[in-house]
Design a protein around this ligand. Structure first.
Ligand SMILES: [Zn+2]
Ligand SMILES: [Zn+2]
Length: 383
């Protein structure tokens, strides 16, 4: 790959008169004639800004004969007697005519700059700040609701009193009755029914299979040729070139910059297509028949309720092929004072035995939380 080379001239600052940005070609300050020395950072040159994506210097390169000769003269050396800087290829100090000796210090600044230019500065973390903001809002809400829950679940004790006891008893009468149903012929076989005795031992049976017709039972997927299916994908593709530069300081106020063009890659989307089997849905038929069978059907319901301490079942006599289904429900209303308000807690005993243990006017210790829900404290009151 073709390389392009440029010589970049640095600048320095005079420590005697404070003149700034003096071109490297001047070995003495144009204002006060002070020779450039090693001390006071006079020989630490500034080469200006660099384009972060290519590593290329934003300064113009120098092309005149004199500057190029100075750049190629090698590292500067400093006079042992007067400290002035001198061209690498001259043996005698231009300032005091002293000879360069084996102990004369030379300027060293030839460190190669990194090949990869420093990555462009990361974008300001606006998005992150945004999401962090929501994180704080979320934590705040969590803390708020947490505090509410803690406050709400705090409890205090009160004493309530049983105001009412209630019972409700229901009896359903069901009869084993003959009905017509539909079913798939492949799943039906004739079987005699048996009638229940005292509500048990019955068999539903299947009788009188008739009126059989084909009917759609479902669908199935059938291969029906092929189809082209495409999806959009992305891949890295070469898309032109980009300039990449490396720089090397020459220890004399000049810098050598080498640039070349490297391939550049971009994300490109493309269609990825495939032939696939296509399917269509087809109805599946089966034979459906009507048949007779027996099922339990509810024919009567009686309810009885009261506020006394003697729950009773409603009277309902079962017939020959009947059975009775019973349901019972109990409630104990407990009134209590909370924050000056009269309130009520309803307790539902699970059985008659538990219900009968509750007496009207009985005192009940309760635990009430700040949300206002009450709980009966375990103790003598709960049986
Ligand atoms: Zn000066
Ligand atoms: Zn000298």
């Amino acid at each position: 790959m073709a390389e392009r080379t440029r010589i970049i001239e640095g600048t320095w600052n005079c420590t005697s008169c404070d003149t700034r940005d003096i071109l490297a070609r001047h070995r003495s300050c144009p204002s006060c004639n002070n020779p450039r020395e090693e001390t006071g950072q006079e020989s630490e040159f500034d080469f200006g800004d660099v384009d972060p994506s290519s590593g290329k210097s934003r300064r113009e390169g120098v092309t005149d004969e004199k500057a190029l000769s100075a750049a190629n003269a090698g590292a500067d050396w400093f006079c042992d007697y007067c400290s002035a800087s001198n061209r690498g290829d001259t043996p005698i100090c231009r300032n005091c005519r002293a000879e360069r000796s084996a102990t004369s210090r030379a300027l060293t600044e030839g460190a190669e700059e990194p090949l990869e230019p420093s990555a462009p500065p990361p974008p300001p973390p606006l998005a992150r700040q945004g999401s962090r903001k929501w994180l704080y809002v979320g934590l705040g809400l969590l803390a708020f609701f947490g505090t509410c829950m803690m406050w709400g679940s705090r409890t205090h004790g009160v004493t309530g009193q049983v105001t009412t006891t209630e019972w409700t008893r229901t009896v359903h009468r069901e009869t084993f009755q003959r009905v017509s149903r539909e079913g798939w012929r492949s799943e039906l076989s004739t079987r005699s029914p048996r009638m229940p005795v005292n509500g048990t031992g019955e068999v539903a049976g299947v009788e009188n299979i008739r009126s059989c017709f084909p009917r759609q039972r479902g669908t199935r997927q059938v291969a029906d040729g092929t189809e082209r299916v495409c999806s959009t994908k992305t891949r890295q593709e070469k898309c032109g070139t980009q300039e990449k530069c490396t720089r090397k300081k020459m220890a004399n106020g000049y810098m050598k910059e080498t640039c070349r063009d490297e391939p550049k890659y971009c994300s490109k989307s493309y269609q990825d297509c495939d032939m696939r089997t296509r399917y269509r849905s087809e109805p599946v038929f089966d034979v459906s028949c009507t048949y007779d069978t027996y099922v339990w059907q509810q024919v009567d319901t009686r309810v009885e309720s009261g506020r006394d301490g003697a729950p009773r079942w409603p009277a309902l006599e079962p017939g020959a092929y009947d059975r009775l289904r019973r349901e019972e429900k109990y409630a104990v209303h407990i009134g209590y004072e909370d924050d000056g308000d009269g309130k009520e807690h309803v307790h539902e005993p699970k059985s008659e035995t538990e219900f009968l243990a509750w007496k009207k006017g009985q005192a009940v210790p309760l635990e009430v939380n700040n949300f206002g829900s009450a709980q009966i404290l375990a103790g003598d009151a709960v049986r």
